[in-house]
Design a binder for this molecule. Structure first.
Ligand code: ZN
Length: 333
C-alpha cells in the first residue's frame, strides 16, 4: 500500500535537488576547465581576479577602518578584469553563459529554497511534492483545475429538467467546496453514484488532489485493492494495509461494486471498515457504478444504511451519457 507521507516525499525531493545542484556545478567546472585550456588569456585573467579577491579580503580585514574603500577599489579592479576576460572569451567564440551552471530551477538554483531571511520552499519543490503525492494516490492530472464541464452534454433531460453539464457543474461546485472545507462540512462522507464514464472517478481524484494540497493524508484506492487488502488481512498476511484504511485521515474508495464477493470477507470487512471510520468520525468517500438498490442487495441493509446515512453522507447522483464513449464517437465521425 503506497500512501506516501508528505515528510518522506519532501526529504526525497530535497535530496534530488541537492544531487541536481551538484551535477550542474560539476558540469560547469568541467566547462570552465575546458575553456581555460582553450582560451589561456581567459584563464590568466580569471586567476588574476581570484588573486584580487583574496588580496582585497586580506587588506580589508587588516585595515577595518578603510574596509569599505578597499572593497570598492577591489570591486572596480575585478569588474575591469571581468570585462576584459569576457572580451577574450567572445573573441575565442565562447560566451559567459556557457560558464554558468545549468540549474534545473533558475529561481532557487536547485537549492529548493527561496527567500531570506525567512526560508520557504521554492515552487519547484512544491510542484514536485504535489506531483509525487498525486502519483502515489493515482490521481495524475485529474484536478479541479483540469475539470471541464463542456465535455458533458448541454441537452436538457426531460425527466430531470437539467442537462448533464449543469449537473456536473453543480457536483463540481459541491465537491470543490467540500475539499476546501473538510472537516468543516455539514456531511463528512460522500457517495458518488452513477454508471461508468460519467465523471465520478475524475471528481473523486479532484477532491483527493485538493485535500492532498491542503496537507491531508488521503488514501485513495480502488475497491479491488481494498478487497485484496481485506483478503490478506483475513489470511493473516496483511502488511498494515487494513490499519491504514481504517485510520486514514481521508479514505477514498473508487469503483465499489467491481470487487469480487468473497465469502466471509467482502461484506464483513467492509462493514467493519465503514463502522470503525464512522465511530472515529473519519471521512470516507465512495464512488460506485451500482444503483442504490443494487448496493442494498449486494452488501446487505446494514452496510447500505451506513453508505447512504443522510445525516453523515452526501449522495451525488450522476446521470447522462458516457463521456468516454461520446468522445470516441466524435473522434470517429
Ligand atoms: Zn526552485
Amino acid at each position: 500500500m503506497d500512501i506516501v507521507s508528505r515528510k518522506e516525499a519532501l526529504r526525497e525531493i530535497l535530496a534530488e535537488k541537492r544531487a541536481q545542484k551538484e551535477r550542474a556545478e560539476r558540469e560547469a567546472d568541467r566547462v570552465r576547465e575546458r575553456i581555460a585550456k582553450d582560451v589561456p588569456v581567459y584563464a590568466d585573467l580569471s586567476g588574476a581576479i581570484s588573486g584580487i579577491l583574496l588580496e582585497t579580503n586580506r587588506r580589508a580585514l587588516a585595515d577595518p577602518a578603510r574596509a569599505r574603500d578597499i572593497a570598492a577599489e577591489g570591486r572596480a579592479r575585478v569588474l575591469a578584469l571581468q570585462k576584459e576576460a569576457e572580451g577574450a572569451l567572445r573573441a575565442a567564440g565562447h560566451t559567459v553563459e556557457e560558464l554558468k551552471p545549468k540549474y534545473a530551477c533558475p529561481v532557487c538554483k536547485d537549492t529548493g529554497f527561496v527567500g531570506s531571511p525567512v526560508h520557504e520552499y521554492c515552487s519547484c519543490v512544491k510542484v514536485a511534492l504535489m506531483r509525487r503525492l498525486y502519483e502515489a494516490a493515482g490521481i495524475g492530472e485529474e484536478t479541479f483545475e483540469h475539470f471541464d464541464a463542456n465535455v458533458f452534454s448541454d441537452e436538457v433531460d426531460e425527466k430531470i429538467g437539467k442537462s448533464q453539464r449543469q449537473i456536473m457543474e453543480e457536483h463540481r461546485l459541491y465537491c470543490e467546496r467540500y475539499a476546501d472545507n473538510l472537516p468543516d462540512v455539514q456531511r463528512r462522507n460522500l457517495l458518488l453514484v452513477g454508471r461508468t464514464g460519467l465523471g465520478k472517478t475524475f471528481l473523486l481524484n479532484c477532491i483527493s488532489a485538493r485535500l492532498l494540497e491542503r496537507g491531508k493524508a488521503v488514501l485513495r484506492l480502488t475497491a479491488y485493492r481494498m478487497l485484496d487488502t481485506m483478503r490478506r488481512y483475513h489470511m493473516g498476511t496483511d502488511d498494515g494495509g487494513m490499519e491504514m484504511m481504517t485510520n486514514a485521515e481521508v479514505l477514498a474508495i473508487d469503483d465499489l461494486g467491481t470487487e469480487p464477493m468473497l465469502e466471509n470477507i467482502t461484506v464483513e470487512y467492509l462493514f467493519t471498515l465503514l463502522n470503525e471510520r464512522r465511530a472515529n468520525r473519519l471521512p470516507t468517500l465512495v464512488a460506485t457504478n451500482l444503483t442504490p438498490r443494487e448496493l442494498q442487495s449486494r452488501y446487505t441493509e446494514r452496510i447500505f444504511s451506513r453508505l447512504v446515512d443522510r445525516g453523515e453522507t452526501k449522495v451525488l447522483r450522476f446521470f447522462g451519457r458516457d463521456v468516454r464513449l461520446h468522445d470516441e464517437t466524435r473522434g470517429r465521425a
